[in-house]
Ligand binder design. Structure first.
Ligand code: MSP
Length: 523
């Protein structure tokens, strides 16, 4: 069986996760489920990045010990992912001994190799971002990432010799044009960072102690990025007593990150791997940001939307649907309550919900609930089949290339085409004219397309898919498989749909829901 190793970033447990964090995780989970449906042995890793000054400060503010604080946050985040049906295979926390021990070991090895050396660091330090910047990187004298004030700081520190590997990485980029996706990000990294020449990277700090200590020089703490990035291999047991998972799954097939951390993943991470003589991930994909009308989500602006708010009121599938549908490949998009309600009412209630309901209603009315046998009788039957098969190929390609938004749009184009087919074939007239055979063909084709739609949405909306199969009376696991998508005559005649369709989604009132979400955002 082919393997597929997919990772999310490990999140800072610095507060409750908003829908931005959920977005990355849902995306990764959807791809995992899709790969599984395509027959892959897919392995999903997520977790928490628990070290660093910021986490230490937050715990203190809350009057907790740092360990208590992160422990609690780990429980909360695992509970959230459970609620969102995220099927990760492993949840790594950088404070776990299995990670800490190996990071210490990696550090020692890189020292022995001469890739890490001791020096002195001086620069402009942004405390919230835990990052040093050079004078030229500052924007108006402030942190280029968060815009806050920076302090001049100096410390004895260890450095990683990035320069040594720069040429190799340039060559790798040239030979593997798909390594970083989307291409615009790849070009940005290549032209703005790699080509002008890399600075050596400071990989330790002495300014805080909540982190992994350098074994032979314990006043130095291994700085978060060397600590954090290596999670993708320590979680698989790299350098541990049992390297089975590592041997099976590394290199990663897809690493998903937000655009703000693509630099770390696209430059430092591959270089660390080169230094360890390990193969590089096959693809790193940077997605855009979920923004609000008034910019970034922030508590102080009162514009933060949490996944629980949406899931509790509108259901998990609607929430995931919106997140995955609304964001164009690699770009930012704006979350609006109005947009959410519109998608819910139009796409889910009208397009999908009504298609199922009308079909079940007609099969009950004309055939006593029994799905007729496959036949092609109307001019448009074949056309519908061809349209669906072609669109499915397109969807597969889009899913393979992480164009999830486009794939969903195309699933919905099958839904629209099928709704149009109902109008074109006008079942009511066929029934009145006693055209039973033609009517049978129409009913069969409607169920067949609904079956396909249920398979196509399954990686994203499992619950809705289950409900559809249930209402259609499709029980056989075989008929729920992705590789039956291009077959048109599989449903056994006499399969019985339920007596009365139940709406998949209940229409929302725009004004009421917009108000509801706005109140929730205010906190
Ligand atoms: N701990 C580091 C990652 C280390 S990976 C070895 C980190 N953590 S984070 O919690 O700040 O961010 C985690 C992820 O959430 C990043 O990929 C980031 O891009 C993403 N997002 C944060 N806000 C976001 C939005 N508003 N929209 C979409 N994704 C966002 O960085």
């Amino acid at each position: 069986m082919n393997k597929f190793y997919i990772t999310t970033p490990i999140y800072y447990p610095s507060g409750k996760f908003h829908i931005g964090t959920a977005y990355t995780t849902v995306l990764a989970n959807t791809i995992k489920k899709y790969k599984q449906a395509r027959g892959y042995d897919a392995y999903l890793l997520t977790g928490l990045d628990e070290h660093g000054q910021k986490i230490q400060d937050i715990a203190k503010e809350k009057g907790k010990t740092t360990s208590e604080y992160v422990e609690n946050m780990a429980k909360e985040s695992e509970a959230l992912w459970k609620k969102m049906n995220i099927e990760y295979n492993d949840f790594i926390r950088t404070t776990q001994p299995r990670h800490e021990k190996i990071v210490e070991e990696i550090f020692d090895r890189l020292m022995e190799k001469g890739d890490i050396y001791k020096g002195e660091y001086e620069g402009w330090y942004c405390k919230p971002c835990e990052t040093y910047f050079t004078q030229t990187q500052l924007v108006d004298g402030k942190c280029p990432d968060c815009g806050r004030s920076v302090q001049r700081m100096k410390e004895e520190a260890y450095f990683f010799n990035m320069k040594k590997y720069a040429d190799r990485l340039i060559k790798f980029y040239e030979e593997n044009p798909d390594f970083i996706q989307p291409e615009s990000r790849r070009n940005e990294l290549f032209n703005n960072f790699l080509k002008p020449g890399l600075e050596d990277l400071c990989v330790t700090r002495t300014s805080f102690d909540w982190g992994i200590k350098v074994r032979k020089d314990p006043k130095h703490v291994i700085y978060v990025w060397l600590d954090a990035l290596t999670n993708y291999i320590t979680a698989l047991g790299y350098l541990s007593e049992d390297e089975t998972l590592f041997k099976k799954y590394w290199p990663a097939d897809l690493q998903i990150v937000g655009k703000d951390i693509i630099r770390f993943h696209g430059i430092y991470w591959p270089i660390f791997l080169m230094a360890l003589d390990l193969p590089l991930p096959k693809k790193i994909y940077a997605h855009g940001f979920i923004m609000m009308r008034d910019g970034k989500m922030s508590k102080s602006k009162g514009n933060v939307i949490y996944p629980e708010t949406l899931v509790d009121r509108y259901g998990l599938d609607a929430t995931k649907y919106f997140l995955m549908r609304e964001f164009p490949y690699g770009q930012d998009a704006i979350f609006t309550p109005e947009g959410f309600v519109e998608r819910f009412n139009f796409d889910l209630c009208n397009d999908l919900g009504n298609l199922l309901n009308r079909t079940i209603g007609m099969i009950n009315k004309y055939f006593d609930g029994n799905i007729p046998a496959y036949c092609v009788e109307n001019e448009v039957d074949k056309e519908l089949e061809d349209y669906t098969t072609n669109t499915i190929s397109k969807i597969e390609e889009e899913m393979d290339n992480i164009h999830i938004g486009n794939a969903i749009t195309d699933i919905w184009s099958i839904i629209s085409r099928t709704n149009k087919y109902i109008d074109e074939t006008s079942a009511w007239t066929l029934a009145k004219q006693g055209e039973t055979k033609k009517l049978e063909a129409v009913m069969y084709h409607l169920v067949e397309n609904l079956r396909k739609i249920a398979i196509l949405i399954r990686p994203l909306m499992e619950d809705t898919s289950d409900k559809m199969f249930y209402q259609l009376g499709i029980k056989s696991e075989e008929l729920k498989k992705w590789d039956t998508l291009k077959q048109n005559d599989l449903i056994p005649s006499g399969t019985k749909v339920i007596n009365k369709g139940e709406p998949l989604f209940m229409r929302l009132d725009m004004e009421e829901e917009v108000e509801y979400m706005k109140q929730k955002m205010k906190g």
